[in-house]
Design a binder for this molecule. Structure first.
Ligand SMILES: [Zn+2]
Length: 170
């Protein structure tokens, strides 16, 4: 089983996901401290025995030079909207552009796309929701970076992460 470790900034904001080995090095070189660990699984270094770090926090604040964004994808939109049509709530397998791309709407924008079922998509056609008289059941949003990081960690959040972090990512 591949285990990864979540790295937090000194300010407790999730920064990235690294291998356990890398996380152990950060702790042993005193660049990071363990915030959450699996004490049932011990890791042996040359001089010490450590529990497997699941979350470590850097001791020095790292300034993130740009705001990382979650890249847009069709499957990401479907996942974000729970695979439910934004217009009728039925099962959705397609993507609708609120402002159609043929009319200048952004093609790969989280805010201009929602999950939609085929019949709502066809009914709406080349119109905006208001032109088509169709009400949105949800408000499209841009997924938070830290949510993507935790998903990348591949853990079931409720079980393996501490409460304060689960609250931050849910
Ligand atoms: Zn629908």
């Amino acid at each position: 089983m591949r285990v990864n470790t979540l790295v937090l900034n000194a300010s407790y904001e999730p920064l990235s996901v690294v291998s356990v080995k890398r996380a152990v090095v950060l702790v042993l070189t005193e660049k990071a401290v363990m915030e959450h660990a699996d004490s049932a699984k011990l890791i042996r270094s040359a001089t010490r025995e450590l529990p497997t770090p699941l979350v470590v926090r850097l001791l020095r604040f790292v300034r993130v030079p740009y705001r990382r964004k979650v890249p847009w994808s069709r499957s990401g939109v479907l996942e974000r909207d729970g695979r439910r049509c934004a217009y009728c709530g039925e099962r959705a397998a397609s993507i609708d552009h609120l402002v159609p791309t043929s009319r200048g709407g952004a093609a790969r924008s989280w805010l201009n796309t929602v999950a939609a079922c085929v019949s709502c998509n066809q009914r709406k056609a080349d119109r905006t929701p208001s032109e088509a008289g169709m009400r949105l059941l949800i408000e499209p949003f841009e997924p938070k970076t830290h949510r993507a990081l935790v998903l990348a960690l591949g853990v079931s959040t409720a079980q393996t992460l501490p409460d304060w972090l689960t609250a931050a990512v849910s």
